[in-house]
Design a protein. Structure first.
Length: 111
């Protein structure tokens, strides 16, 4: 069995999301907006990722006039499994939580 280990330097939430994007198949725009939601949630220590307040902040940061426009992206995140909604609370898929110190991916192939 051949094993390979790679190290990827991550200096932003966006880059962290890119690592997992093969699973979630988000567009670059979807990644960018989701990264903003995560960054805003971390700063505000908000429990609900897609709260009204977070939507307003993300829209302001991205220059989007109507925060409700972001509802289209939130639906896509739910459909693709990047975000879940339980009891009116939106949560990030645990795989995408950027506070992980180390992510190790091993690619193995039998020869």
């Amino acid at each position: 069995m051949i094993k390979r280990k790679i190290t990827v330097s991550i200096d932003s939430t966006y880059k962290y999301l890119q690592i997992w994007n093969g699973i979630f198949d988000l567009t670059n725009k979807e990644l960018s907006i989701l990264a903003q939601f995560i960054d805003v949630q971390i700063i505000k220590e908000e429990n609900n990722l897609c709260s009204v307040g977070n939507k307003k902040d993300v829209a302001r940061i991205l220059g989007i006039k109507d925060p409700n426009t972001l509802n289209n992206y939130i639906k896509k995140y739910k459909d693709k499994g990047a975000v879940t909604k339980t009891g009116g609370i939106y949560k990030l898929n645990p795989m995408l939580t950027p506070d992980t110190e180390v992510v190790e991916i091993t690619i193995a192939r039998d020869v």
